[in-house]
Design a protein around this ligand. Structure first.
Ligand code: SF4
Length: 408
């Protein structure tokens, strides 16, 4: 179906919005709010328009990064109601990894082809800024080639307040020790009314913005994120996107936008505070599509998070405006502890297969979107670097396999 035909059945205000976005005009916050409520045929038209914009902005490449998540402690006193990961320091299943464990995880990541480690943890009341620096220095000393993507604005806020330094000086002090980029998490919804409901002790909107701008100001780039599917409205989401775009227009420091669906099963926000049970599939796709149309040309990397959506829905998101598949992760505990069952590791070979299944080209990237390797020809793919795990087979299947091996 042609775009004209697809657009012909739309309400005029919706068609006008999509036309403007495709002609390169900047959409307003009201436009984003309207698009975030589309359903049925209008949603399909939105997805199609976003896919056309994605092709114009990024071509047919789908990028991914080979990385390992490392959470160094789950002790945290902040108490966000959406978090199933954090523990009080007296609980039985707390962990606070010593440096040898963190270094062993980095070693394993390098052996499995990682170019990045993503390091975040709870806000441990007995630690201070020196702990963050020690982590960076130790990893860089052992693995100078690894890119360290670490410490959310919440962690930066905590360490900075303990340090007594100027914010920019504190960030430079971390960069000097090896910090490469910063995750733009802890953003949730950048609206203090929502934040006061879901995480009253977390840093406020203006502090998040101050930290991100200070980071970008010294050349420390970050991702940008949003957590949706809980108590927020389309208006909150539209304003959040508007704020991210404004920051990017001022600093140019965001590498990408990562929409993160709320995982609801094992936390207070859903079970006791009446939040929605996470986002629906249409909501996931709407947000990816609106992000593509609203953030262009300022933020042109839009990620489909396989760990939140699952790999199959993430494939559809890649056909609805997204151009990046995120990281292999290798070890994911924050979403899993909140109830996500999409796994902890998506090896590079699976990434490549999933990308090719939708007719696109897999491209391994660095954290800052430098192309590291294109995979145009499947016949030239490298062998897997993942440890081999023998599948558990049933009795009859095992016998058939044994007979087959004996016959060879
Ligand atoms: S989201 Fe982060 S800051 Fe909030 S409780 Fe969980 S670990 Fe702590």
């Amino acid at each position: 179906m042609s775009l004209e035909r697809l657009f012909s059945d739309l309400r005029p205000e919706v068609g006008h919005c999509l036309d403007r976005a495709l002609s390169g005009a900047e959409l307003g916050v009201d436009d984003a709010e309207r698009l975030l409520q589309l359903e049925g045929a209008e949603l399909l038209a939105l997805q199609r328009a976003a896919d056309v914009a994605r092709l114009e902005d990024k071509g047919d490449d789908v990028t991914f990064v080979v990385c390992r998540n490392i959470n160094f402690t789950n002790v945290c006193y902040v108490g966000c109601s959406f978090c199933g990961f954090s523990r009080h320091k007296t609980e039985a299943d707390v962990f606070d990894h010593p440096m040898e464990v963190l270094l062993a995880k980095c070693r394993d990541a390098v052996a499995r082809g990682a170019t990045e480690v993503c390091i975040q943890g709870g806000i441990h009341p007995n630690k201070d800024h020196t702990h963050y620096r020690e982590i960076l220095e130790s990893i860089k000393a052992a693995h100078p080639e690894l890119h360290i993507h670490a410490f959310s604005p919440e962690e930066i806020d905590f360490g900075h307040r303990k340090s007594g330094m100027e914010l920019s000086d504190y960030l430079r002090w971390l960069v000097d020790a090896g910090l490469g980029t910063m995750p733009g998490t802890a953003a949730e919804i950048l609206d203090d009314a929502v934040r006061n409901e879901i995480s009253p002790r977390k840093l406020k909107r203006d502090r998040w913005v101050e930290i991100v701008k200070a980071a970008h100001g010294i050349g420390l780039r970050s991702t940008s994120t949003l957590m949706y599917g809980h108590i927020e409205s389309p208006r909150h989401v539209a304003h959040h996107l508007g704020l991210l775009r404004e920051i990017q227009q001022e600093t140019g420091g965001f590498t990408e936008f990562v929409p993160l669906g709320f995982i609801h099963e094992k936390n207070v926000l859903f079970n006791h505070l009446g939040a929605r049970p996470g986002s629906s599939a249409p909501e996931d796709l709407r947000l990816v599509a609106v992000a593509r149309l609203f953030l262009r040309p300022w933020i042109t990397n839009v990620q489909a998070s396989w760990v939140k959506m699952g790999p199959k829905l993430a494939q559809v998101a890649l056909m609805s405006g997204a151009n990046d598949f995120g990281g292999t992760l290798m070890e994911e505990s924050i979403s899993r502890e909140s109830g996500s069952d999409h796994g902890e590791n998506l090896p590079a070979e699976d990434m490549r297969r999933l990308i090719r299944e939708i007719g696109r080209t897999p491209v391994e990237r660095s954290t800052t979107y430098r192309v590291l390797r294109r995979f145009d020809d499947p016949a030239e793919d490298p062998p897997s670097l993942e440890p081999r795990v023998e599948p558990e087979l049933s009795g009859p299947t095992r016998s058939r396999l044994a007979q087959g091996r004996a016959a060879r």
